[in-house]
Design a protein. Structure first.
Ligand SMILES: [Mn+2]
Length: 224
């Protein structure tokens, strides 16, 4: 049995049956689930809309696995309320998991990944959440990512976006913790900074982390 960690599903009202099936199958086969942020697309739909969407069919499955939900930036805390417990048992901005082989620290990563300029630009986006402009911009993003990842796979983005400067990394968690994030949509394991980026579970690609009983991880990247 294993722990499944995924992020960046960015669910909207547009239900994707293949994405649903792939995820449901993995959740059913795991005994614990950690959602590492950007679970639903709060810049485009409201939490009420998300709860009423077809994605709610995942909720009973997630509840069976006592799911841990780590907030992201597209589904930040202020966008939702205590109804998050319909799909998770624990909700947090960061989650620690100590195993015999690794001490894990799960964070979505938006506070420190990408250069500061992009992070500040994103804050301006959040203020326009669910505006028509935001919805159109998201439609464009979905289209671009569908084409880009569909043709070239999740490693089309340059590895440089997973780079965390050592001085910044030193401020995140404890030195012996393996940091696990999502956010950049670029999966990869960076041993030098003790950092794993899971990537996204979307656009036809199942990128996720599977952690076994010994605490060893496997970073999986395959089409669904
Ligand atoms: Mn994000």
């Amino acid at each position: 049995m294993s722990t499944l960690v995924f992020s960046d599903t960015h669910f909207t009202q547009r239900f994707q049956p293949r994405q649903f099936e792939a995820l449901a199958k993995l959740i059913a086969a795991s005994n614990k689930v950690i959602i590492n942020g950007d679970f639903w697309e709060g810049l485009v739909i409201s939490f009420d809309e998300f709860l009423a969407s077809e994605w709610r069919k995942l909720f009973p499955l997630l509840k069976q696995k006592a799911t841990v939900y780590v907030y992201g930036n597209h589904d930040e805390q202020l966008f939702s309320d205590s109804r998050v417990y319909r799909f998770c048992d624990t909700v947090t901005n960061e989650y620690c998991l100590d195993t015999p082989t690794h001490k894990y620290l799960f964070r979505h990563g938006h506070e420190f990944l990408f250069p500061k300029y992009f992070r500040e630009r994103h804050q301006a986006h959040v203020k326009r959440a669910r505006s028509l402009r935001m919805r159109l911009s998201n439609e464009k993003n979905i289209l671009l990512q569908n084409v880009g990842f569909g043709l070239f796979g999740p490693r089309v983005l340059p590895a440089v976006i997973n780079r965390i400067p050592q001085d910044v990394r030193a401020t995140i968690g404890k030195p012996d913790q393996l940091l696990v994030c999502g956010h950049t949509h670029r999966p990869g394991y960076m041993p030098k900074t003790n950092f794993v980026d899971i990537g996204f579970f979307n656009y036809g690609w199942a990128n996720y982390l599977s952690i076994n009983d010994a605490g060893e991880f496997n970073l999986v990247s395959k089409r669904y």
